[in-house]
Write a new protein. Structure first.
Length: 164
């Protein structure tokens, strides 16, 4: 289940590129505010316990200097008054997904996200987790992130992205 406050138009794509590739990290504040409001309205009955985010591979994180999904998750978590936990790790560097077909995305992403080591592993069972990312295209990334969470016993996974 995914919700987004805006439709992915050319104008929105330009805004996302400024945020993601031009280092305009301050855009996380208004984007996250909109995302939090959408999550608050659409997931009000879900009893979300915590927020996590789509991880970047270590090499991509070094290139970009920050994880845009983490910045958005921090804002969403702050506005929803929920803890933000880095539950996931990207264990395989996948090329940019934006130019790939749905089938190519599914193939490339397979097995690329695992549960992070940490004390919260034993605390996620029976919880409702909100995954945050910037753009939802085919849903392949969110689904790949949901797999290890479900295997860890998470009761339900919801997601919120800025654009769809």
């Amino acid at each position: 289940m995914n919700r987004s406050p805006v439709t992915y138009t050319e104008q929105v794509a330009a805004w996302v590129r400024l945020f993601k590739y031009r280092g305009k990290e301050g855009l996380a504040t208004p984007m996250g505010r909109w995302m939090a409001e959408v999550a608050r309205v659409h997931y009000a009955r879900e009893n979300i316990s915590l927020v996590t985010f789509v991880p970047l591979h270590e090499e991509r994180l070094i290139q970009r200097g920050f994880n845009q999904a983490e910045k958005l998750a921090d804002e969403v978590g702050r506005r929803l008054r929920l803890p933000v936990c880095p539950l996931l790790v990207r264990n395989k560097d996948t090329a940019y997904q934006s130019k790939r077909t749905r089938e190519e995305r599914l193939l490339a992403l397979g097995g690329s996200v695992i549960l992070a080591d940490g004390a919260w592993k034993r605390h996620v069972a029976n919880q409702v987790v909100l995954i945050v990312d910037d753009v939802y295209t085919t849903g392949a990334t969110v689904r790949e992130c949901a797999k290890p969470l479900r295997q860890a016993g998470v009761k339900k996974v919801c997601s919120v992205t800025f654009a769809r």
